[in-house]
Ligand binder design. Structure first.
Ligand code: AMP
Ligand code: ZN
Length: 496
């Protein structure tokens, strides 16, 4: 654990607001308030979605390892996310319910549970607060009323809209040029809107008839827009102004742009005010398939469950994700996943070999050595520089390949580095070792028979047994107490 008396280490992050790697300065010393947009629970999360959630997890782990006290809030979108981010189409939840012949509430519960099962398998830490949109309708109504009081809203066609013309910094995050946008009409124009980028805060009149989730409001029975959800929940569970807001890059032009507009309008933050609603915006690049974004609408998506059915461990996918920088495109192929699986197995077997050399039977319990080891220090410095996880992995490999240190000391450094990577290396090594020594009466009998053959000087038989066992992946070693055997999978390649 980190020494709480020491100030947290230096952290730098690429801020979408400003498009530069910046030194991170929290609002309150030593504390980080972090909000991440969560899943829309109308279907399984894709491994593309999980690339972004792994980014958030690694960010949180790094801040934690640097000594910050992190408060992490994530929402569950279970109402209001329409088929298009710009208020078009029907609610995704409704489409999910219709597809499966179940209620929207059943669908939300089922896919929320699936999301967390996958997240747990990926060793993604649970946020401190998980907030469901449908539990926070009152907070959203209160925020819309605040906007109304400040004159930022209007009602048209029965729906309440945010008037972007009233907010001079509109589009700053996305570097949007409103005039250009209007000319190009990239956002389809709803005739009841004053400006094409205006967005719905509350809908009483749907574009579809059978919206199943509706609540009373000062503007009539209806449901909230997607963007107001996140701002209301973030402000409820964090301070009204906080440090970091995360999501995938697709959220920049509409969702996060609208979140900034409505939150800063409600808080009365002026255009020249250096105090922003959120100081750092962190966005992850897409996971691609054949050069295109992995998405449900393209039908090119894969789930963690499917990878598990094919015999992969979710941590193989986590290793794959950590192999690319979060701001770079990453192309998903089964070949690349196979390479990640092999690399992770190699790491685990080296960690198991270190434990064996240190005489530690249960490496899962090895305490993390903090920043005592130079390798751990260097790895953390890489993570602290805009989450350079490929470099953290490279430093870890260098560490486990070197023979120069005492194995127990190396193991403690591995534990410290894995606090940031979250690959469960020590626990996996512990299971590999347990597997290693799992007894097998058939193997024991063959080993005894070979010992007897050697005593009889029947070397042909002894060799035949060794070959037979090797074919089963069993290694034999002559020890003072007699012949011992272990499964070769737990040995690093160079030791085989
Ligand atoms: P959703 O469930 O659609 O609200 O998305 C959840 C998160 O996944 C958001 O932060 C998205 O930006 C992110 N996301 C969606 N598709 C991808 C992708 N192909 N690669 C990385 N992140 C994605
Ligand atoms: Zn959001």
């Amino acid at each position: 654990m980190t020494d709480s008396a020491k100030p947290p280490g230096r952290f730098e992050i690429f801020n979408t607001l400003g498009r530069a790697v910046q030194q991170f300065v929290p609002r309150t010393e030593g504390v980080v308030q972090l909000y991440a947009c969560g899943p829309t629970v109308y279907d399984y999360a894709t491994i593309g979605n999980f690339r972004t959630f792994i980014l958030v997890d690694v960010l949180r782990r790094t801040l934690d390892a640097l000594g910050y006290q992190v408060r992490h809030v994530m929402n569950i979108t279970d109402v209001g996310h329409l088929a298009s981010d710009a208020d078009e189409g029907e609610d995704k939840m409704l489409a999910g319910a219709r597809r499966e012949g179940r209620t929207v509430w059943d669908i939300a519960q089922f896919y929320t549970d699936r999301f967390f099962a996958d997240a747990d398998a990926l060793n993604i830490l649970r946020p401190d607060v998980v907030a469901k949109a449908t539990d926070h309708i009152d907070d959203m109504i209160a925020l819309i009323r605040r906007l109304e009081a400040h004159g930022f809203t209007y009602v048209a066609g029965g729906n309440v809209f945010f008037d972007v013309a009233r907010f001079s910094r509109y589009g700053e995050l996305a570097l949007l040029d409103r005039q250009q946008l209007q000319a190009g009409a990239r956002i389809s124009v709803d005739r009841s809107k004053r400006n094409p980028e205006d967005f719905g805060l509350w809908f009483t009149r749907s574009k579809f008839e059978d919206q199943a989730m509706i609540w009373d409001s000062p503007w009539g029975r209806g449901y909230p827009g997607w963007h107001i959800e996140c701002s209301a929940m973030a402000m409820r569970y964090l301070a009204e102004q906080f440090d970091i807001h995360c999501g995938g890059i697709d959220l920049i032009p509409v969702h996060h742009t609208n979140e900034i507009a409505q939150a800063e309008a409600a808080l009365g933050i002026e255009a020249n005010d250096p105090q922003r609603w959120v100081n750092y915006w962190c966005h992850g690049e897409f996971l691609l398939v054949n050069g295109a974004k992995m998405s449900k609408s393209k039908g090119n998506w894969v789930t963690i469950g499917q990878l598990q059915e094919d015999g992969y461990d979710a941590l193989d996918y986590r290793y794959f994700v950590l192999g690319a920088h979060y701001r770079a495109h990453q192309n998903f192929t089964m070949r690349a996943l196979d390479a990640a699986r092999a690399a992770r197995a190699g790491l685990v077997s080296r960690v198991a070999a270190l434990a064996r050399a240190a005489g530690i039977d249960a490496p899962g319990a090895v305490a993390d050595g903090g920043h005592a080891h130079p390798a751990a220090n260097e790895a953390l410095a890489h993570a602290a520089h805009d989450l350079a996880m490929p470099r953290v992995l490279a430093r870890l490999w260098q560490l486990v390949k070197s023979d120069s240190d005492d194995p127990e000391c190396t193991l403690r450094a591995v534990a410290a580095i894995d606090r940031v990577l979250g690959l469960k290396l020590l626990q996996s090594a512990a299971s590999a070792l347990a597997d290693d020594t799992r007894s097998d009466p058939d193997v024991d009998a063959l080993v005894r028979e070979r010992d007897e053959a050697r005593r009889r000087r029947d070397f042909a038989r002894a060799d035949a047994i060794r070959t037979q066992l090797a074919a089963q992946g069993i290694e034999l070693r002559d020890a003072a107490t007699g012949t011992v055997w272990q499964r070769a999978a737990a040995l690093p390649e160079r030791d085989r």
